[in-house]
Ligand binder design. Structure first.
Ligand code: SF4
Length: 96
């Protein structure tokens, strides 16, 4: 039997935490950079991570990104590759 997604069993993720985000009103270009490699990307990531470090909803942001499988951008202070590594390491720790 297959589970069928419909409006009655689909739970919208909570996004109220976004109101308290440090990045609220900031340009998307910093958190969703086009360049992900090189010196410019490293500098951008360092700036964004410093902003996220001081954010009071950092954990909620990271949980949202993981729960909704966000593929791009920096969420909760982690880049897409860092979130991927985090997801993989938690899968590796599950009992077989
Ligand atoms: S943790 Fe970073 S990306 Fe997430 S809401 Fe806070 S400032 Fe924005």
């Amino acid at each position: 039997m297959y589970a069928v997604a419909n409006k009655s069993n689909f739970e919208e993720p909570n996004t109220e935490w976004m109101d308290d985000a440090n990045c609220k009103g900031m340009g998307c270009e910093y958190f969703f950079p086009i360049e992900t490699k090189g010196d410019t990307a490293k500098l951008n990531n360092a700036i964004v991570k410093a902003i996220c470090e001081q954010c009071i909803v950092r954990q909620e942001c990271l949980d949202y990104a993981l729960d909704t499988n966000q593929k791009f951008g920096i969420w909760g202070g982690l880049t897409e590759s860092e979130r991927s590594n985090l997801s993989q390491s938690s899968k590796d720790k599950r009992p077989a």
